[in-house]
Design a protein around this ligand. Structure first.
Ligand code: FES
Ligand code: FES
Length: 161
C-alpha cells in the first residue's frame, strides 16, 4: 500500500484535513474521508456524471481527479446547496418539476447545472440541453430535468435582478 499524504480540502467553505494515498480519487475522498456522501459514484470512468462537483465554480468529474489535485481549490458539493432549511432554487425546481425519480443522478445534475448557470445565467433551451447531455439519468427521460433547470434559471435571474 502506498504511503498516505496529509492534505487539506476546502469543501463547501469548510476545511477538511485528510490523509489519502496519492492515487485516491476525489469522489471517494469526499464520500469516505469527508463523509459527504451526497456525491454519488456510478461508472468511475468519467461517463455518467453522477460524481459531478464544482471546483472553483466549474463542474468536474470527481472520479477522474485525484484528491491531492484538489488542494488549494474550493470544492462545492450538493451538501452545500441548501441554506439551512431553505432549498437552493435548483433543488426546489427539481422537486417541483419532478426532475428526479430514484435520485441517484440528481446531485451530479444539480452541481452541473449550478456551474453552468453561474457561467451563463441566460442559457437557451438548446444550451441547457447541451450542458445536461453530459450526465446520464436512467429514470426520468430528461424532460423534467430540463424543465427544472429552466425554471431554476428563471428564479435565479429574478433573485439577482
Ligand atoms: S462516477 Fe464519475 S463520471 Fe461516473
Ligand atoms: S433519477 Fe434515477 S438515474 Fe436519474
Amino acid at each position: 500500500m502506498e504511503d498516505k499524504i496529509e492534505i487539506k480540502l476546502n469543501v463547501n467553505g469548510r476545511e477538511y484535513e485528510v490523509a489519502v494515498e496519492p492515487r485516491r480519487n476525489l469522489a471517494d475522498t469526499l464520500r469516505d474521508d469527508c463523509h459527504l456522501t451526497g456525491t454519488h459514484v456510478g461508472c468511475e470512468h468519467g461517463v455518467c456524471g453522477a460524481c459531478t462537483v464544482l471546483m472553483d465554480g466549474k463542474p468536474i468529474r470527481a472520479c477522474l481527479m485525484f484528491a491531492v489535485q484538489a488542494e488549494s481549490t474550493k470544492i462545492e458539493t450538493v451538501e452545500g446547496l441548501a441554506a439551512g432549511e431553505k432549498l437552493h432554487p435548483l433543488q426546489q425546481a427539481f422537486w417541483e418539476s419532478h426532475g428526479l425519480q430514484c435520485g441517484f443522478c440528481t446531485p451530479g445534475f444539480l452541481m452541473l447545472a449550478k456551474g453552468a448557470l453561474a457561467e451563463n445565467p441566460d442559457m437557451s433551451d438548446e444550451e441547457i440541453l447541451d450542458v445536461l447531455s453530459s450526465n446520464l439519468c436512467r429514470c426520468t427521460g430528461y424532460q423534467n430535468i430540463i424543465k427544472a433547470v429552466r425554471a431554476a434559471a428563471d428564479v435565479m435571474r429574478r433573485d439577482v435582478g
